[in-house]
Design a protein. Structure first.
Lengths: 328, 328
């Protein structure tokens, strides 16, 4: 009998989606958030779970665990242009967990919520073998501001917010036992792009958007499947985090391994018409961040990476549960 | 340093609530659902997590696990009088789980959702050590139909829907290795009281309501604390499940141990003005269920159990995580 490790995460999600009945939801499985109609708005909802053995390295402080679970939930909302309404948090905790650990975890979750103008409104506490935390974010967005994963058209350009490789630099520090707090922060204290998402959503010209929590290459392959398009990505245009550059110096191959394929950078990946690029850059600048054009949407059913004069097919090596690379 | 097992679940929740910042939520931590204002309605949200070692006995079939997680989430909504909008489901699954297990689990979750006119609209799949499932339910209710936990007044009567001890009978079967599917169903396939909740909510006279997933005694103690009242409960009026009666026959003590203190009966516990009792009974009958008056709300700060001519203080022995009795 087949195990889910033979499927991998994306095929498991497809299998789940095929079984489930379709409800009266405006946007269902396959986007960063589900969306329900509420007058001229969408009510957005998304959920994310983390567990000790798979996502929480021993170096991660309880405050960071709390920050992390809220941040990764907010990131899904950011990718749809949503404003946060509130979160619920389910905690599965072993009996032996100290009260101090619980306090710090909740402080981290509260600090992240407050930072983004929202709050934790409820939850559940259960006993479990491993620390397991599940967050669910609720948000709202005007229907005409909602940024779907679906809508990328040939001729559009491809852009990312911020820089890539921050989480990779943190992972590098972790792997080689470097106690560099700044580097670790890139992995353990992600900054969801709520403001950037709101700015872009209000412009109403983004054709498709998702967060790149699974890595750039994996995210591009997901957009390709949904939109039935291809991409050409210019390697030299990919904005690499200074943190990662400092770590790896001349190791060009490794730099791009982290920047292209490593999950954990909670930036936004989007497509937009080429004549809106200047406005989009100005818009993201208002959120004190950069937007970088890294390629374009094509008709061809493939993702090409351009390195100078060479072209190659971008491998799909992003983070995937059940079967692939892991954080810890 | 203190561990959370020294606190118990309710004190842990209190500790969490004390740390968290207050958001713009209409109803926050401490009720069955949180509630956000949306025009003349409340958007309701609640979350529940279960994990293999603590809530999923080996005899439980994957279909039942799926049904269970959806049902217990719906029960929180039922207690507020809400109509379900949809659910998100996070699955933490070990690699070794079979594809067949996943399919059956999703079918169970989908069947329960469909039965209650709703659907699963999104989720997350993650690798974990133990099977861990977190559901979050969204629903809506008119503001003037919302049934809070807060509002019980001295002079009100106390009522429960359905019968108590169904889960206890299932636990009894489990404990003594009886392969009686009907008995196990009471524990493993709970029936949330969505219709009953809707019927009662529309009457607008319920003063306080919660589900009794933690057991009757524990639920009464929670209502006592919130409302600063007391209760007198007439033992002989408590509606005992025929299943439990059949199991235990003459063992009066054990029957009431299960019916009063054992968690897992997803019935509604409510208070209402005494002159609305007939209307409430008629109303719940429209949902093909019974409403039984089991006692009254008092001014005194205690919960008294009346057995014939004897009175005693009802012990608070309900299900509590981290420190108390467990299902498996």
């Amino acid at each position: 009998m087949k195990n889910i490790s033979d499927l991998g995460e994306r095929k498991a999600i497809q299998l789940i989606a095929n079984i489930l009945s379709k409800g009266e939801v405006a946007v269902g499985i396959g986007d960063d958030c589900a969306a329900f109609e509420f007058g001229d708005e969408y009510l957005l909802v998304s959920t994310d779970m983390i567990s000790e053995k798979n996502h929480i390295p021993p170096v991660m402080k309880p405050w960071q665990i709390g920050w992390f679970i809220v941040a990764i939930n907010l990131s899904d909302l950011a990718a749809k242009g949503g404003r946060p309404l509130g979160l619920v948090l389910s905690l599965g905790l072993p009996k032996k967990i100290s009260v101090q650990f619980l306090k710090e975890l909740i402080r981290g979750a509260d600090d992240c919520s407050k930072f983004y103008g929202t709050s934790i409104v409820g939850g559940d506490t259960k006993e479990s073998e491993d620390v397991t935390i599940c967050g669910t974010i609720l948000g709202r967005v005007k229907k005409n501001e909602f940024m779907s994963r679906r809508g990328a058209k040939p001729g559009d350009v491809v852009a990312v917010t911020g820089t890539l490789g921050k989480a990779g630099a943190g992972y590098y520090a972790l792997k080689y036992g470097k106690q560099d707090k700044k580097l670790l922060k890139g992995l353990l204290e992600p900054i969801p792009r709520i403001k950037e998402g709101r700015m872009l959503a209000q412009e109403k010209f983004v054709t498709a958007c998702m967060d790149i929590s699974d890595g750039l290459s994996s995210s591009l392959y997901q957009l390709q499947t949904i939109n039935n398009v291809g991409f050409t990505i210019e390697k030299e245009k990919i904005p690499i985090s200074q943190m990662l550059l400092n770590c790896l110096l001349e190791k060009d191959l490794e730099i791009y391994e982290y920047a292209l394929h490593f999950g954990g950078d909670y930036e936004l990946l989007l497509t937009l018409p080429s004549d809106t690029v200047d406005q989009a850059i100005t818009s993201v600048a208002r959120a004190n961040n950069c937007l970088t054009i890294i390629g374009k949407v094509t008709k061809e059913d493939k993702i090409t990476l351009i390195e100078g004069k060479r072209k190659k097919i971008l491998p799909d090596k992003g983070y995937e549960h059940f079967s692939r690379n892991k954080l810890c």
